[in-house]
Write a protein that binds this ligand. Sequence first.
Ligand code: ZN
Length: 406
Amino acid sequence: MIATPYEPRHVHNPEGINYDPSQGTFEYLSPLDFTPFNALAPINAHSFQLPGLGSEGPLCGHQHLSHFSSDLKSARYDLLSCRRIVCPRCWQDWARRSTFEIVLRIEALARSTGQRPYRCVFSVSPESVSHDSWDWDRVNTSLFHRGYRRSGNHGVDGGVAIFHPFRLKPKVKRQLRKTGIHNGVGMWAVVRGWVKDGADLFEFASFGPHVHSIVFGSPMAHSCDDFVLAFDDKNGVPQQLATTKDVVAFTRYLLSHVGVLMDFTISEDDPHEKEHRRKTHAIRSFGCLHHIDPEKLLPPAEYEALAKEIAGLLDMEWVDGELRYPASSRDIGTSDEGIEWLPIYKLGQHLADDAIYKSLSPSQRDFWDNVVTFMGLEGHSPNTSELKPPPDVSVFETKPPPGDST
Ligand SMILES: [Zn+2]
């Protein structure tokens, strides 16, 4: 799942990341106003927030001891994150990880079949977008399901579909085109910036549910009274995403203005929880991209190279099957390459090994013993000021993710 509802337990479990773009859901954030999910309840412009334009959760941005080196000579500190999609600090991490998973699927299929994907839009007819009332059932039937069927009849074999609740107002688009300030970054990057600086989103955007997709096949433009399949190109010619870099950039752009649903709380006790979440997924794979395992589509070395390439395009690294940010030593500026990191919850077990324990200096023993004690008392691992590492333990810190550039 791309987004799970915010829960404090995630704060203490930075390794527990499990993103599955085929099940990407919105985040549900209203613990005070519990409104049970109802697929027939109306949704409108005020049902959504944009990623990164809301508030951050408790302990977000806190740097804590997360790993130790197998020889106990180094300690690695990672940033805690609240993982709220609306968090100004965390949304880029969510966007990077989600983009990684989506692009991995798309590129694995592209490379294994020798095809390139296209970008297109599914929409209901322009007249009925803003005038009719919307609820989740309608999003599912008239955007997603109709989109899969109609696009299937018009050359699309499948792909990934991403739901957007807002459309930019025509006058805003006209003005941007006149000035060209969006060139190279996209119109939504400019509008996000204005909103971040305090402007009202609804000055620039109105409610207008639609779906952007990245698809395989030979898509053909189509328009009838209840559905439009369109391409961004003026001549109605589908535009190919020629390189992996293009797919990464376009996916990230699409994720920058997905709607984060604010109105409903889906309780984990709800017997229909899974069903409700499925109905409100913002990101869905369909057709030929549904139920594929990218790892099985490519030879292991090619898969590894692809994962590394995508991670690199996102300013991240792919190490031992894990997507992470580069760690760097605070003191001497060396990389942690070659260090075998073990997760902090294995510390007690590791210290129990006499041979390892005896190889440590007294200050190293003290430090690691104190870490175990600290965690027992506080229920979380320390940062460098809560428990100062001795000079003979090297400190590695995960650099804060590159900031919110949009
Ligand atoms: Zn956060």
